[in-house]
Design a protein around this ligand. Structure first.
Ligand code: FMN
Length: 396
């Protein structure tokens, strides 16, 4: 049985979690951590009656015995962190979101979450003005960037009398999200997945270079989601705006370094997703010394290698996925160009997106059209993490 550690915080919605506990405990091995404030809103005994066992509250349990720690090296927060297959925080207060996004560890819940390697699903609930506060939104954004899964609150009448976004998401929806994390968790078990991400850099001289506006967020989201689904992930990363968490990361700079890194690893891969934004040109006759400023300068550019089109020769059995960015074109043109690339690269899928019309480079959301070998297309939109999840499930 998979184990869930459920953290409950002192939102007015915390009484609803009694029903969630009742429902989850029949299907999952469940441990509950309540913050001290929570127990001012719902009695400890009420949680324990529904759960059928003791809940956890403090890092240092009642009647803390230091000799137990010394002899057995027993620490409740590490035991909870290590034993969890999934952490769920519902309801998550503005306070706990702030603590987690800043790495605080001043109670049992925040300390255990910081120590866990399991995925973390956060279900916020709070007053609409708290939810919309830029600091809360920035904190939620930081959690998303660190790979936390967020179940957005619902809109409606709030217990505090205000109306707007902030209600704890419907319990059935939260349960479905929990089930979906588990069902995708092992889907890539035993698979080697190579992902390339970010922009390449072509030097003009030792301090100046040509690059592009790619943030690398899409490729990094794919790498992190693939890891969450059980894959052994190798990420080859150019210039990116965000870091990757929990994946093997090889840094490259130029197109030729990217090509060399892929060539070194590709033979052992089951799936290769080439999402890096590769420079189309390099500077012919790059200067070894800083070019003097103050007068006109003409750069001569030559086309770089089309990496995607060389990969099939290096591994005939892998699932090969390429990306194609176009700028402000009709959907039919996007599909046509993706199909041409799919054929010339002998790829299995091309993920095409228009970086002019719908989504700009660097944004957290994306709309893509995935074109398959059979000519079928499917459109995905949402946060880059959501699209990464949809894409990986589509490949499978
Ligand atoms: C009746 C009541 C309801 C509250 N509801 C919420 C809420 O829905 N969301 C929230 O972020 N804080 C809420 N608070 C404020 C938190 O309880 C407070 O920020 C507390 O410090 C959070 O501690 P915790 O995160 O350790 O549980 C509420 C407070 C009270 C007294």
């Amino acid at each position: 049985m998979k184990k869930i550690v459920l953290g409950v915080c002192s939102s007015i919605a915390c009484y609803k979690i009694l029903d969630l506990i009742g429902s989850l405990k029949s299907r999952y091995d469940l441990e509950v951590i309540a913050t001290e404030g929570t127990l001012k809103l719902v009695e400890q005994e009420e949680f324990e009656k529904v759960l059928g066992k003791e809940i956890h509250i403090n890092v240092f349990e009642k009647g803390w015995d230091a000799s137990k720690y010394r002899s057995e090296k027993w620490m409740r927060h590490i035991e909870l962190a290590d034993s969890a297959d999934l952490f769920v925080i519902a309801p998550a207060t503005a306070n706990v979101i702030a603590k987690l996004s800043n790495g605080f560890a001043d109670d049992l819940l925040s300390t255990s979450v910081l120590a866990t390697k399991a995925p973390v699903l956060v279900c916020p609930a709070m007053n609409v003005n708290m939810w919309e506060h830029p600091i809360v939104q920035a904190n939620v954004g930081r959690l998303k960037d660190s790979g936390y899964l967020i179940v957005e609150p619902d809109e409606g009448m709030l217990a505090c009398g205000w109306e707007g976004k902030g209600r704890l998401a419907d319990l059935m929806f939260i349960e479905k999200e929990i089930d979906s994390v588990f069902s995708s968790m092992d889907r890539l078990n035993g698979k080697n997945v190579l992902v390339t991400a970010g922009a390449t850099i072509e030097e003009i001289d030792p301090i100046r270079y040509l690059t592009n506006k790619s943030s690398g967020k899409m490729g990094i989201a794919i790498a992190e989601v693939a890891r969450g689904m059980g894959a052994e992930v190798t990420l080859i990363r150019g210039k990116t705006e965000v870091d990757a968490h929990g994946v093997k990361d090889i840094e490259i700079s130029s197109v030729s370094e990217l090509s060399d890194a892929i060539t070194e690893h590709i033979s052992e891969m089951d799936i290769v997703i080439h999402a890096a934004a590769v420079s189309d040109f390099f500077v012919k006759g790059k200067s070894e010394v800083k070019i003097k400023s103050g007068s006109d300068l003409a750069l001569e550019l030559s086309p770089t290698t089309k990496i995607l089109e060389k990969l099939r020769d290096l591994n005939s059995s892998m699932v090969l996925v390429g990306f194609k960015a176009e700028h402000d074109v009709m959907d039919e043109v996007l599909k046509e160009r993706a199909t041409d690339l799919l054929r010339s690269a002998r790829a299995d899928f091309i993920v095409a997106n228009d970086v002019g019309k719908k989504v700009v480079f660097g944004s957290d959301d994306i709309s893509v059209m995935v074109v398959g070998k059979d000519g079928a297309t499917v459109d995905f939109s949402g946060s880059k993490r959501e699209v990464a999840k949809l894409l990986l499930n589509h490949l499978l």
